[in-house]
Design a protein around this ligand. Structure first.
Ligand code: SF4
Length: 327
């Protein structure tokens, strides 16, 4: 007869699993020296790019939750390859193909890799597999959609640099929601490549001279930046005031509780609006009416300006940064 399992036995097993899992994830979290920019991590902040090379050893380590997501992404990459390979008979070659980007002086200024290539009609089609949650998966339906968030814009730059560096006209993103795949064609965009390359060359020269561009606080980048304490140190590390105010504390607590809902709202809002793009008038069931209009606005494409011209129009303004961290 098997021995009686008590609540304590079950709880002790649960505690063991949680602690061990954390240990396993923690063991994978590390920093690595970087001698050139990484094509999959071309951040929109110039200062981040310099920190990433000169201060790689001070980069804030990510947490176990994010490591678990990275692990799941790596496993999913293999699953996608198996699904397409074994089930559809497609052949993947050159897995994790490395590539380098050199500047005019022949120095390697960036390194990257893509997930591999699929042999098709005697040619090897470049493939990059990205796994993501359901909301993101539903939101990304065209290359344009990749421009909606900093993370997806990084995916675009990575693929563009690969195509450029390897003299290829096109490749495919394979997006996965961990169940099925969505294929998105990527075509070489020379204009975008030239812009990214000249930016990398400029940043490379700054890195060689140890010059950091000025910090420009942008919440969508800085709030998740692993160099924030280094970069915004003055803001974050000043001796703190102690404020005893229960109402304020309650509001901060409520703010934390609402944050995931706001993030979910933003994702769903984008996804829903993308669905109704180009639809002037629609009803959804009996509960919703959607009215769409095309509007235009004129703006200056600062990216297209030569650096020296853009500098003439730069203006400095001051702002206050409140970075709120739950203890
Ligand atoms: S904290 Fe902000 S300004 Fe500083 S490096 Fe990071 S993204 Fe750039």
């Amino acid at each position: 007869m098997s021995r009686l399992v008590t609540i304590d036995d079950a709880l002790s097993l649960a505690d063991h699993i949680v602690a061990k899992r954390k240990d396993v994830l923690n063991a994978k979290i590390n920093r690595y020296p970087k001698s050139a920019f990484t094509c999959s991590d071309i951040n929109e902040c110039d200062r981040y790019m310099i920190h990433s090379l000169l201060d790689w050893d001070k980069r804030e380590l990510h947490d176990t939750g994010l490591q678990a997501i990275f692990d799941a992404g790596n496993k999913e990459e293999e699953s996608v390859k198996n699904r397409l390979g074994y089930e559809l008979g497609l052949e993947f070659v050159e897995a994790q193909t490395p590539f380098e980007i050199k500047n005019r002086s022949g120095e390697t200024i960036a390194r990257g890799k893509i997930d591999g290539k699929i042999l098709w009609n005697g040619k090897a089609i470049p493939i990059e597999i990205k796994s993501m949650n359901e909301n993101s998966f539903n939101m990304l339906n065209s290359l344009e959609d990749f421009n909606k968030k900093p993370l997806y814009r990084k995916y675009l730059r990575q693929m563009q640099l690969y195509l450029y560096g390897n003299n290829q006209e096109a490749g495919l993103f394979i997006l996965s929601n961990f169940r099925t795949e969505k294929l998105i064609l990527v075509t070489l965009d020379y204009g975008e490549c030239e812009y990214v390359l000249s930016r990398l060359e400029r940043l490379w020269e700054m890195k060689k001279k140890g010059i950091y561009p000025e910090a420009n606080y942008q919440p969508h980048l800085c709030d998740r930046c692993p160099f924030a304490s280094l970069c915004l140190g003055d803001v974050i590390n000043k001796p703190a005031d102690l404020i005893n105010n229960e109402l304020l504390e309650e509001k901060l607590q409520r703010r934390e509780e609402l944050k995931p809902l706001k993030d979910e709202y933003d994702e769903i809002d984008e996804e829903v609006k993308a669905t109704f793009k180009s639809i002037p008038h629609a009803f959804v069931g009996t509960s919703f009416e959607i009215i769409g209009t095309e509007r235009s606005r004129t703006s200056v494409d600062a990216k297209a300006m030569p650096d020296d011209l853009r500098k003439q129009y730069e203006k400095k303004s001051t702002f206050w940064v409140s970075k709120i961290k739950k203890l």
